[in-house]
Design a protein around this ligand. Structure first.
Ligand SMILES: C[S@@+](CC[C@H](N)C(=O)[O-])C[C@H]1O[C@@H](n2cnc3c(N)ncnc32)[C@H](O)[C@@H]1O
Length: 258
């Protein structure tokens, strides 16, 4: 499932869009439809969370697995397994407590819930629609006895969660949809909920060129920007080379208490 990263493109620029359209003419009409829908949703919801919640409602209404970024059920399963294998490979054990930020419809979450002791998985998301889909996944997998928490959130201050509680905090393909202020907010508050020795892994869409965004849906950051942001909050952060070797389209950073 290796995805080749284009680390220099500015996908928001007119030049890139024209070149892309010439190479992929069949994608022009879907892009125009999406841009029109997103323009309307941004008009109705000027704040980012309100806007992205509306995008998720629209996408989840069509297909929850596609809404979290998987075009086929096989890809949905594979992407969840990749996240699971990575974290268990890094020592995620049943006794650990995990916070999954932007848990979606439990593409990886159902595997974490199955692996962890009952009550040790806590998933949060801004989208009520995807959380309803998450409950369906939970029921389909027969994981009711694991009693995971699945909670809606408006922001990433994590203020409703206890101090020093989570061994692993995880955000897969969430900051790739987040303006920098949301990432900053999360980094400002995550240390408080991390248990001693715990870590926070997040993925991001990486660029080595100019930072840019597309339709306010996809955001591309330089690694140094995010490492510096974490350092500004007194956190240690490092780029995960072993994740890179897996060939996923996004890159990963691990944050630990400073
Ligand atoms: C691409 S999906 C990934 C879902 C899940 N992490 C996975 O890998 O299957 C991104 C999810 O993050 C959620 N999300 C986006 N921005 C968020 C935010 N600021 N706080 C919490 N969840 C957010 C979306 O609603 C969506 O469910």
């Amino acid at each position: 499932m290796a995805t080749r990263k284009n680390l220099t493109a500015d996908r928001g620029s007119v030049g890139h869009k024209v070149r892309y359209a010439l190479r992929n003419p069949t994608r022009i009409a879907p892009y125009v439809r999406r841009a029109a829908r997103d323009g309307w949703l941004r008009f109705k919801h000027p704040d980012h969370v309100g806007y992205y919640r509306a995008v998720m409602a629209s996408d989840t209404g069509r297909n929850p697995e596609a809404a979290v970024g998987s075009r086929t059920h096989e890809r949905w399963l594979a992407l969840g397994k990749m996240q699971f294998d990575y974290l268990t490979g890094h020592g995620l054990a049943p006794r650990h407590r995990m916070l999954d930020i932007g848990c979606g419809n439990l593409r990886a979450g159902w595997r974490f819930i199955e692996h962890l002791d009952a009550g040790h998985y806590y998933g949060i998301d801004i989208s009520p629609d995807i959380l309803i889909a998450a409950k369906r996944t939970l029921a389909d997998r027969g994981l009711q006895d694991k009693l995971p928490y699945l909670t809606i959130t408006q922001d990433l201050t994590l203020d409703f969660l206890p101090d020093r509680h989570f061994d692993v905090v995880h955000a897969h393909s969430v900051f790739s949809h987040s303006p920098i202020g949301i990432i900053d907010e999360c980094l400002a508050h995550v240390e408080r909920v991390l248990a001693p020795g715990g870590w926070f892994d997040f993925t991001f869409d990486r660029t080595e060129g100019a930072e840019h965004q597309v339709l306010r849906e996809d955001f591309y950051y330089r690694t140094e920007t995010l490492l510096d942001l974490a350092a500004g909050h007194g956190l240690k952060a490092r780029f995960m080379d072993d994740w890179e070797a897996l060939g996923h389209g996004q890159s990963k950073i691990r944050v630990t208490a400073g």
